[in-house]
Design a protein around this ligand. Structure first.
Ligand SMILES: [Zn+2]
Length: 281
């Protein structure tokens, strides 16, 4: 069996996504800046409103960014009884869906999230009720994901780094310098750079130029797909939904996406509804 690696849309090897929390007014400034650079962000909202509906639609949603759940009252899942946490997630999801007239299934854990668990609270149970609430991914924190891996567990999606991480400059260089075609074949998996933070930190520290600097380094690359958290989830999910013959040479795409992959150094795409056959060489 030959190795087969996911490639992002148009065959791109790398993707970049941002995640900014709490739905504060400084998000409008952040959105303005990242829009200039073509970078996409997921904005995680609580039920506390800091912007009007029209401001969010005009400056964030219509620019291709994602709105996601961050808990109605910003309370850690690990520090609540399940019934309380379920209420917190569900009421946030329902509020955002009715306010913005859309389906919302993404989430970032608020506060300490799943990093501290009360006695009797388990991660497996949190994951189970989030699935029942139709949440399909949840961003967690703790440690740097500087191998740029896609998540193995979508309910414990660990970002690359916070924007103030002292290693960030090195991580950006490492990420941009990866050339998978020069790597040993088993290492040619796709790479994701995932930045997180709060827009109010730039305002508070008077360092918006840090964001400009990060964006100017990351933007405008032909081999990078700039996407929201949900776009990445949905694309990877489509890739994982491909159907194969036993020998792996016949591949059917039952999804609505054109799906890309690379095998033996050759790039393939399978359109929605299409079946392709790879040569047996
Ligand atoms: Zn938060």
């Amino acid at each position: 069996m030959r190795y087969r690696f996911l490639r992002f849309p148009e065959g791109k090897v790398k993707a970049i996504t941002f995640s900014y929390d709490d739905g504060v007014r400084d998000d409008l400034v952040l959105a303005d800046i990242i829009n200039k650079y073509g970078i996409k962000c997921t904005f995680n909202h609580t039920n506390t409103e800091h912007m009007t509906k029209d401001e969010v639609i005009e400056n964030i949603i219509s620019k291709g960014h994602e709105i996601a759940v961050h808990g109605a009252e910003h309370r850690a899942e690990g520090l609540q009884r399940p019934v309380e946490a379920i209420e917190d997630v569900l009421s946030c999801r329902k509020k955002l869906e009715s306010e913005f007239d859309m389906i919302i299934r993404g989430m970032a854990y608020p506060d300490s999230g799943i990093r501290n668990l009360l006695p009797g609270v388990t991660y497996e149970n949190i994951k189970s009720y989030l699935k029942n609430l139709d949440i399909v991914y949840a961003r967690t924190l703790g440690g740097d994901n500087n191998l740029f891996r896609l998540p193995e567990d979508w309910y414990a999606w660990t970002p690359t780094a916070h924007h103030a991480n002292p290693e960030l400059g090195n991580y950006i260089d490492d990420f941009l310098n990866i050339d998978v075609s020069k790597l040993y074949i088993a290492g040619r998996f796709p790479r994701l750079f995932y930045l997180w933070g709060h827009s109010y930190e730039f305002e508070r520290n008077n360092n918006w130029e840090l964001l400009e600097d990060i964006c100017s380094k990351l933007s405008g690359k032909d081999d990078i797909w700039y996407a929201t958290n949900m776009e990445i989830y949905e694309y990877v999910n489509a890739y994982n939904s491909l159907i194969y013959s036993a020998d792996g040479l016949r591949i059917y795409n039952p999804t609505l996406y054109t799906v890309w992959f690379e095998t033996d150094g050759t790039l393939y795409s399978v359109k929605s509804g299409e079946t392709i056959c790879l040569k047996n060489n």
